[in-house]
Design a protein around this ligand. Structure first.
Ligand SMILES: [Zn+2]
Length: 347
């Protein structure tokens, strides 16, 4: 009887359209309640597979969201009318011309008022264009706000598809998408596009599958700034969104492209974390290559995903890269899954 009640309550948590917003709201309002539910499931052994995924997913998303909602919003000027705003989700870049601001990414929806005020304080100009580096909620949360205010939203063509329907991100527990019309891109491109904002030229480039299959890297010149989105999380293990066409090899390939198109003076704005140098990006690339090689050796040796995680292939790297919301275990699973292409089976 008790078990059935627990199962019914759990079922009610996941009925309807469980986008991340719904799930998070429930997590916030009844986190203890869910913990009790999960404990009960573990005790009864019922649906242990599903419970394990949910618990792991909630941990990653809960940790990330807690960080995005509670970190102070910081504005950094890069000169040439370019500002980076960080703390409320993915890094946001603002570029001014005489009368307008072009924004790259729009942070968390819960902090868009604060973000909008900080952008106006820095730029003194209205946002008329918004480029999304990819579809994830911590980069597109302000799309409804800016889209409703009349900003034109620009992205790689896959972002429009991803924001239009429900998406699942394996190993993270993120279910999102299905945004309202005013939050969707109205201008899309396939492999590259050029924009102008005042004295700056912006080259938008997509290098295929990487963090997702809709990533945009933006090269700003002559300011010599590259805004690279979540192909670079500085300095932490990244999410590889296998549900949206992400891949470890694609991520490394995209970074190699960025390394080719930048120089030692280029300021690189990552998807998360402080503005970096090309050398920082090179170190991050080397870490990805190292983890990829080690996981591939474990696969070749016939290890299962759980055995690969147990072998702790990132152990000596964790002190430097393991401090983010993507734990070493989750990162190992993503790399393993990407290399064995079993992402669909693990959702
Ligand atoms: Zn992302």
């Amino acid at each position: 009887m008790r078990n059935r009640q627990f199962l019914q309550l759990l079922k009610s948590h996941f009925e309807g359209t469980p986008t991340w917003k719904h799930v998070l709201q429930q997590v916030r309002t009844s986190f203890h309640h869910i913990q009790v539910l999960l404990l009960a499931l573990v005790i009864t052994g019922a649906a242990s597979h599903a419970a394990g995924q949910t618990a792991a997913g909630q941990t990653v998303i809960h940790k990330a969201t807690e960080q995005f909602e509670n970190s102070p919003l910081k504005t950094t000027s890069l000169g040439n009318g370019i500002f980076v705003l960080s703390g409320d989700g993915g890094d946001v870049t603002a570029i001014v011309d005489d009368g307008s601001t072009l924004l790259i990414d729009s942070g968390m929806d819960s902090r868009v008022g604060e973000l909008s005020n900080a952008i106006f304080a820095a730029t003194q100009r209205p946002v008329t264009r918004l480029v999304n580096t990819h579809w994830h909620f911590d980069h597109t949360g302000g799309n409804v706000f800016f889209g409703s205010s009349g900003a034109k939203i620009i992205a790689q063509e896959n972002v429009k598809k991803q924001l239009s329907s429900v998406q699942n991100v394996p190993f993270v527990g993120l279910t999102d998408g299905h945004y309202p019309a005013q939050a969707l891109p109205t201008q899309t491109y396939s492999s590259n596009m050029t924009l102008r904002q005042g004295s700056q030229q912006l080259i938008l480039a997509n290098y295929g599958r990487a963090h997702t299959d809709g990533d945009t890297v933006i090269y700003i010149s002559p300011a010599n700034v590259a805004v690279v989105g979540d192909i670079f999380s500085n300095p932490v293990y990244p999410i590889i969104d296998l549900g949206s066409g992400g891949s470890i090899d694609g991520m490394i390939n995209s970074i190699d492209q960025v390394l080719t198109h930048t120089d030692e003076q280029t300021r690189i704005v990552p998807g998360h974390g402080p503005v970096a140098s090309r050398a920082d990006l090179q170190n991050y690339r080397d870490m990805l290559v190292q983890v990829r090689r080690r996981v591939e050796l474990l696969i070749t040796a016939g290890k299962t995903m759980n055995e690969a995680v147990a072998a702790a292939p990132t152990k000596d790297l964790d002190a430097r890269w393991g401090g983010g919301y993507v734990t070493p275990d989750v990162f190992t699973k993503m790399v393993f899954s990407s290399l064995t292409q079993v992402s669909s089976a693990s959702r």
